[in-house]
Design a protein around this ligand. Structure first.
Ligand SMILES: *Cc1c(COP(=O)(O)O)cnc(C)c1O
Length: 226
């Protein structure tokens, strides 16, 4: 089942778009099934769940790349810093500072995306477009974040049936991503990822230039919660 779903999705997305399988609320057996089918990137939104799953899967799925995709409290960064591959949900400079501190302690570099607010809903967190430009410049040029790899932007569209609204929100984020990249200049080689699109809207996101899509229910089936 899971392997079939993965194949169906991978058949429709370009080879250079990275599929992050969002496994939140699904058991480790589901992750093992996807891993056996070749999937390596997995996304979780709660720290405790990611830490527990990573520990349980260390032997059977040794080269999983874990992406943190949900709101991250500063006091929990220390639990994932030793192993997380990318933190997609960086929504403040104070969080970036804490990730820097914990990455240094673990003697690692951690890739981050700046989460940007593109939806109409106020409930979704992230930098405003103006703030994200400032934050990117600060992280890239201040010299205060040597253990962070500033890798791009992440956003979530409005939960809506209105495809045109979704398309517009993703187009706006893509345009902002290109502005930030241009402002950072050619030295910011690692700034090359645009994470947008979930089960319901990833084809739209890819058309607008997504390089990472975060897909949960289309792979693992429906969850009780979002
Ligand atoms: C849950 C979640 C997803 C995946 O959602 P699906 O609709 O199941 O594909 C993607 N991104 C974030 C930030 C999420 O919290």
């Amino acid at each position: 089942m899971i392997a079939d779903h993965l194949k169906t999705i991978l058949d429709t997305i370009p080879a250079d778009v990275r599929l992050v399988a969002v496994s939140k609320f699904h058991p480790t057996t589901a992750i093992e099934e996807a891993y056996a089918a070749g999937q390596r990137f997995f996304g979780e939104n709660r720290v405790q769940e990611m830490v527990e799953k990573a520990a349980q899967l260390r032997e059977t799925c040794p080269d999983i790349k874990w992406h943190q995709i949900g709101t991250l409290q500063r006091n929990k960064v220390k639990y994932i810093a030793p192993f997380v591959s990318m933190i997609e949900s960086v929504d403040s400079l104070s969080l970036a500072k804490e990730i820097e501190k914990q990455a240094a302690k673990s003697d690692r570099k951690i890739a981050i995306l700046l989460q940007t607010h593109i939806a109409k809903e106020d409930t979704k967190s992230g930098f405003s477009p103006d703030e994200v430009m400032q934050a990117a410049k600060e992280i890239q040029t201040s010299g205060n974040y040597p253990h962070l790899v500033l890798s791009g932007l992440m956003g979530m569209g409005t939960l809506t049936e209105d495809r045109e609204l979704t398309r517009r929100e993703f187009a706006n984020l893509a345009s902002l991503y290109h502005d930030v990249k241009a402002t950072l200049g050619p030295d910011a080689k690692s700034f090359c990822e645009l994470s947008m699109g979930m089960s319901d809207d990833y084809p739209i996101a890819i058309k607008q230039g997504a390089t990472i899509v975060r897909v949960g229910s289309a792979i693992f089936g429906t969850r009780a919660y979002r």
